[in-house]
Design a protein around this ligand. Structure first.
Ligand code: UN1
Length: 488
């Protein structure tokens, strides 16, 4: 990549990226995206895309597939490496745009933008890793091997809550293994997606290999799922929509990967390092205003430590900075939009009606911003909605338990199984948690959120479907295995 690429001024176009061109929606329709911290401020006007746009993108991707899949993997990887450099050079701009469009506090947005570059680099490395296994034929001793091939055009449907990391961790493996991509980014976070597409364009991705469409799930997601030239769909979002995606796509013979919600427990044993447990509970429950599928929803504290934990946790909540997400000190910013605000406030009311007590928070704290105070419930019954259903906001519940058996049983008593944490200094306790907790991502002495790029990420039970994402697990989804019996 020439140096001038890194120095060129950034000109993001509020458009779809289709077959190498920046284009408005064919219908000419647009929508306004507002800043959730200042809803009178319009962040931009973006295409409200539809089926014609999806069709053009899929056609572009289908045409580009033969050339891209035949390109040496190391050359595909070079595009990802160049795009990673572009992203790195723009971390501040990407983070500022992310914060403006979806309200993630700047301190987390910066980390996420940098993480997108790391994801591109890790997957670039896949070009040099094995893509098959070598055996001997049992009858003759002749060569027998497996080889992995790309699937073709893949459709990637991504949410607004990790608008850099999730599109990156779907797009990067898809591309490095030789697929071409139609990426649908969420209406609530188009700018961050545009940054990724611009970085790939500047990194030299050939026309049609990456296509980006902005729009609503029903207008863009549905035609993408149904399109006969789309071989596979990877979706991150809610359980309800995820199951619709799966039920629509699998009878059409498509491969499906779902990353869905969670209801993630944090268990604090009496022998825990209390300060670290409190910090992890705060970060897990309230950073990004709880808008992570990996956020902590249930905090189980062993009875003898309960009062002390509660006191220290309330102090931490009191000391946490809530407000303008563009302030680099802010820990808890707004919810992404008015609809989410309404849902979260309704869930809080329902939690109270069900008998839960609000210990702290529980209400909107700004007239303009969609800001809800970090909210902690107590006395929530195990079968109440707050103990079982995902509320996508800064809302967590505190529970008292006596024995490890009881904690594990209650932690597992939900339909979800994404992530879980335990705080303990006892190795045997940690080992039982690792053996028995029903979740795809387990943390011993760290918070429930977070996902390293080089290891599998994904849920079990209702939290996921299909192969996990990230790390080498991504190979399972984005390639198919062919077995070759080769005699001379
Ligand atoms: C993280 O915890 O850093 O949508 C990643 C989500 C998850 C990703 C979480 N799929 O919140």
């Amino acid at each position: 990549m020439p140096d001038s690429v890194l120095e060129a001024p950034l000109q993001l176009k509020p458009a779809n990226y289709v077959a190498g061109k920046w284009k408005p929606a064919r219908s000419g329709r647009t929508y306004e995206k507002r800043n959730p911290a200042r809803p009178t401020e319009i962040v931009g006007e973006f295409p409200a895309s539809g089926e014609e746009d999806v069709n053009a993108a899929v056609e572009g991707a289908a045409k580009a597939f033969a050339g891209w899949s035949a390109t040496p993997a190391a050359r595909r990887a070079a595009v990802l490496m160049s795009a990673a450099d572009v992203i790195d050079s723009r971390v501040e701009e990407i983070a500022a745009d992310m914060t403006r469009e979806m309200g993630k506090p700047l301190r987390e947005a910066r980390l996420e933008a940098a993480r997108a570059a790391a994801i591109f680099r890790f997957f670039a490395g896949e070009a040099w890793r094995p893509k098959g296994e070598m055996f001997e034929q049992s009858m003759t001793g002749s060569t027998l091997y497996t080889v992995r091939r790309p699937l073709g055009v893949v459709g990637l449907i991504t949410p607004w809550n990790f608008p850099a990391a999730i599109p990156a961790w779907k797009t990067a493996p898809a591309l490095v293994y030789g697929n071409t991509v139609v990426l649908k980014v969420a209406q609530d976070a188009p700018l961050t997606g545009l940054h990724l597409a611009a970085a790939l364009e500047e990194g030299g991705v050939p026309d049609g290999v990456l296509n980006l469409i902005i729009g609503r799930g029903s207008d863009v997601g549905t035609p993408l799922i149904r399109h006969p030239k789309v071989a596979a769909i990877s979706f991150t979002g809610s359980v309800a929509v995820g199951h619709l995606v799966r039920d629509e796509a699998t009878p059409l013979g498509k491969r499906v990967q779902l990353e869905l919600g969670g209801h993630n427990p944090l268990i604090v044993m009496a022998d825990a390092d209390l300060a670290r447990a409190v910090e992890a509970a705060y970060a897990g429950a309230f950073w990004s205003a709880g808008q992570k599928c990996t956020a902590t929803r249930r905090i189980y504290v062993q009875a003898t430590l309960y009062d002390e934990f509660r006191r220290r946790f309330l102090e931490r909540i009191e000391g946490g900075k809530v407000g303008d997400p563009a302030d680099p000190e802010t820990e808890v910013g707004p919810l992404v939009n008015e609809h989410q605000l309404k849902d979260v406030l309704e869930a809080i009311e329902r939690g109270k009606r069900d008998g839960g007590k609000v210990v702290v928070g529980g209400e909107r704290v700004d007239e303009d911003a969609y800001l809800v105070a970090p909210t902690l419930f107590e006395d929530v019954a195990d079968d109440a909605m707050l103990s079982r259903e995902e509320v996508f906001g800064p809302v967590a519940s505190l529970y008292r338990f006596h024995t490890l058996d009881e904690a594990l049983e209650r932690a597992n008593a939900v339909e979800y199984g994404l992530s879980a944490s335990i705080f303990t200094t006892n190795l045997a306790t940690a080992q039982r948690f690792v053996n028995e907790l029903e979740a795809g991502v387990l943390h011993v002495n760290s918070q429930t959120a977070g996902a390293d790029v080089h290891v599998p990420f994904g849920g079990i039970k209702r939290s996921g479907f299909g192969p996990h994402e990230q790390g080498r697990a991504a190979l399972e989804f984005y390639t198919e295995v062919v077995t070759v019996y080769q005699d001379a």
